[in-house]
Design a binder for this molecule. Structure first.
Ligand SMILES: [Zn+2]
Length: 90
C-alpha cells in the first residue's frame, strides 16, 4: 500500500522539521543564562544596571543617563549595582 508509506513519511518529516528549530534554540538559551556575555544598561544617576528590556531603561533614556555595558562584570567594575526588578529574576 503506497498510501501507508506516504502517511508514515508524512508523519516523520514534520517531526524532523520540528526538531530542527529546537536545536537552534538550545545554544541561545544557554547563552542567555551566561551573565558574562550579557549586555546590560546602566544608569549613571542611580548607579544600577538593568536588562536591556527592563521597564526602567525607558526612564533612564528619558533622563539621559544611559550607560551601556557589554556585560554584567563590566557594569560591576564601574561600581554599578544590579536592579532589584529585572536582575532579581536571574
Ligand atoms: Zn531593571
Amino acid at each position: 500500500m503506497r498510501s501507508i508509506r506516504t502517511l508514515a513519511f508524512g508523519l516523520l518529516l514534520p517531526g524532523l522539521l520540528m526538531a530542527a528549530p529546537r536545536f537552534e534554540d538550545k545554544p541561545k538559551a544557554a547563552a542567555h543564562s551566561m551573565p558574562k556575555a550579557h549586555p546590560v544598561v546602566g544608569c549613571s544617576d542611580t548607579k544600577k544596571y538593568h536588562e536591556p528590556d527592563c521597564k526602567w531603561v525607558k526612564e533612564i533614556e528619558k533622563a539621559g543617563t544611559r550607560v551601556d555595558f557589554p556585560s554584567i562584570s563590566a557594569a560591576k567594575k564601574a561600581h554599578m549595582k544590579p536592579c532589584g526588578d529585572c536582575m532579581k529574576k536571574k
